[in-house]
Ligand binder design. Structure first.
Ligand code: UDP
Length: 313
């Protein structure tokens, strides 16, 4: 059994990873400064013997006593509203935080997997996006704080791998949804579901013709775990290639909730990518992985969480 540190462990993806590893019998150290994370996400784990919560900002020196086999670096604000409200923290956790976990991995001889992002491809000029596309990123736009921090994180991770022989893995995560997303994080799914459940207008940005490809969280976690135990140190896309316009996505959510909500249109945020779809050939060939949960069943599994949070359950 491994001893695993998960930064951002009280966040959306981090908490699902904690649950997975605790369930497999590993010892999990969950580190979070609770800036965008929430103890409610790990409530069911807090009294488990092989789970420990450490309240810490990972941009500060990290001390972990004893052995450490694996580090999963998932700490970061991760929605467009967060980047606007927490730009410096976003830059710091992707740069200084990644440096801290790399130093810790080197000192402990631990394997490190970092959470990178499809934002590395920016507003892509190549479609779908495969790992060898270098991207079209505006470094000084509002999303630049996230995109460039993650691009720096990838570069720093490869440097520690090449120069210090640290065992590293890089996952480029595409849009993911599921239980434990923050209701007010401004992302499409929490916004649409909570608006629809409350019978409010559903706000589509732009004309809704921009596309995304949404992956259910359990599929994502499975892909990440497979990548962790693989030998691949270069980036691997994990996401669901099934692409949909945002307008159609909003309509699917309204239909599922049975709401009478109408679509209303608002300004498209600056640098909002026009298209996004992962090319997952590499994950298929290398990890034997592909998503199993389609949008209809993923949305149905997510609905009860939002009904409870919104208070309509
Ligand atoms: N979006 C929208 N209404 C909302 C929130 C988001 O139309 O209330 C759009 C947003 O402009 C983007 C898409 O939905 O085109 C996905 O947005 P999200 O913030 O979920 O992820 P990202 O832009 O990072 O892919």
């Amino acid at each position: 059994m491994k001893r695993i540190l998960i930064t951002g462990g009280a966040g959306f993806l981090g908490s699902h990873l904690c649950e997975r590893f605790v369930g497999e019998g590993h010892e999990v150290l969950c580190m979070d400064n609770l800036l965008t994370g929430d103890l409610a996400n790990i409530e069911s784990l807090l009294h488990t013997k092989n789970f420990h919560f450490i309240h810490q900002d990972v941009t500060e020196f990290i001390h972990v006593s004893g052995r450490l086999d694996v580090i999963m670096h998932f700490a970061s604000p991760a929605s467009p509203i967060d980047y606007l409200e927490l730009p410096i923290q976003t830059l710091k956790v992707g740069s200084l935080g990644t440096h801290k976990v790399l130093g810790l991995a080197k000192a402990k001889g631990a394997r490190l997997l970092i959470a990178s992002t499809s934002e590395c491809y920016g507003d892509p000029l190549v479609h779908p996006q495969s790992e060898d596309y270098w991207g079209n990123v505006n470094p000084v736009g509002p999303r630049g704080v996230y995109d460039e921090a993650k691009r720096f994180a990838e570069a720093m991770t490869m440097a520690y791998h090449r120069f210090h022989q640290v065992e590293t893995r890089i996952v480029r995560i595409f849009n993911t949804y599921g239980p434990r997303m923050r209701l007010n994080d401004g992302r499409a799914l929490p916004a649409f579901m909570s608006q629809a459940l409350r019978g409010q207008d559903v706000t589509v940005f732009g004309d809704g013709s921009q596309t995304r490809s949404f992956c259910y969280v359990d599929d994502l976690v499975e892909g990440i775990v497979r990548l962790l135990w693989s030998d691949e140190s270069l980036p691997v896309n994990i996401g669901n290639p099934s692409e949909i316009t945002i307008k159609e996505f909003a309509e699917r959510v309204i239909e599922l909730t049975g709401s009478n909500s109408r679509l209303v249109y608002a300004d498209l945020p600056e640098d909002d990518p026009k298209v996004r779809q992962p090319d997952i050939t590499k994950a298929r060939e290398l990890l034997g992985w592909e998503p199993q949960v389609d949008l209809a069943s993923g949305l149905a599994r997510t609905l009860s969480f939002f009904q409870e949070r919104v208070g309509t359950a």
